[in-house]
Design a protein around this ligand. Sequence first.
Ligand code: NAD
Length: 485
Amino acid sequence: MKKVQHYINGKFMDSQCGEFFDNYNPATAELISKVALGREPEVNAAIAAAKAALTGEWGQMKLNDRIAMMYEIANEIDRRFDDFLEAECLDTGKPYSIARHIDIPRGAANFKVFADTMKSVADEAYRSDTPDGKKMLNYSMRKPKGVIGVISPWNLPLLLMTWKVGPAMACGNTVVVKPSQVTPTTTSLLGEVMSKVGVPAGAYNVVQGKGSITGNLITAHKDIDAITFTGETKTGEMIMDACSKGVRDVSLELGGKNPAIIFADCDMEKAISETARSVFANSGQVCLGTERVYVERPIFDEFVNRLKEAGSKLKVGVQNDESVDMGPVVSAVHRDKVLDFYNIAKKEGANVILGGGAPKMDGKLANGFFVEPTIWTGLPETATVVKEEVFGPCCHIAPFDTEDEVIKMANDTKYGLASTIFTENLDRAHRVASQIDTGIVWVNSWFLRDLRTPFGGMKGSGIGREGGHHSLEFYTELKNVCIKM
Ligand code: NAD
């Protein structure tokens, strides 16, 4: 049986106590690997190695050499593309067609973009007068923050983990990473990449394990200088609480309940294809995905029918079948959570336009964690599936009559991550975009990313912005030097 190990101080290892937990293929429920369970000895060893590396070979590396190493990491991910692809798809159940175009290329790009960022970091400087008629010069400089705890989720495991590790290491920090317990493999595989390109021991460490055990130990450790976390809002609250001890910085990328607003003057083809992607891609397990769709009344029926048609054409199946559009969800626990929401929607009176349950799959796939692409209409805005994040391939569609009304509906949520607007009227696009309370607004598109732009959520969707120079705010300490001349 394949083992997934910790990567600590440049070496792969099991836990001292020899404990492992099981990792399953979501498409078949078959056991695919045994994963080392990190407890205190492993967490302590990883954090000690990361701390020592700050003043060791890694900490003393020249900026240009560090930047060159970031490009080498990206190049090595590209060289091992097929290994990453296979591992990511087996852990998550997502089709190769998605991971080939999104997850793995972004894993490499996340190192390149922050290498580019570090080449163009500018410091501020002010020359001014002192009260006693002399001159002073103030200038700022950035230092790495120290040992960064990286806690990442299962929906885009390599992409979201490297979105943190890339900037953290480019800024000169060291990292201790705990990936989700259900998608451990690519984080360990990245350890092989680090070894191959000669990243000094201790700069990149991985402790595998569960959130309630290993995650807790990392967030509570006094030598962790800051935590960057992506996951559920409830977990984010707990992590923020842990970071208050010792006044440590925290960056939170959390849940969403993202609205799509479809105006009658939209390009219908575009609105359907982008909304179908944003609802169903990755089996709806994308934090930026749409779960609430608001459609202007004159085109409501047409839109519902056409989204239903797009959803019913999706081929659901196993990850390595190239003709498959949608895989299972990630785990039995998550499948049950999504199906609970599907049942609640029915109980609360939804019209089920499409799906609404688990599909019947054949052969080995009969045990897989599949759910149907699902569309509801007819629910009030207070209904559970209109309020709570489902994180499955589903959406509720409601009609609206005026711009003011739909802006209120879109903003009536505890979340504020992403939104989409479909209209061919440029004035309206700007006007509505400026009034929607989300960190990201896409117009006539979805998940179109320039990695230099600020990424993050408002309200319960998170704290902080990452991307390009914005990531420096979290991954560095800014110091001011004042010289009296
Ligand atoms: P989760 O919160 O259950 O787990 C995320 C990570 O936290 C995992 O590694 C888990 O083991 C760890 N963890 C759990 N409890 C912990 C604790 N007490 N202390 C320390 N670590 C702990 O989230 P998930 O189910 O893996 O991911 C899905 C969620 O992530 C969704 O809500 C989704 O919207 C959100 N998400 C947000 C973004 C974003 O950029 N805003 C991106 C992707 C996913």
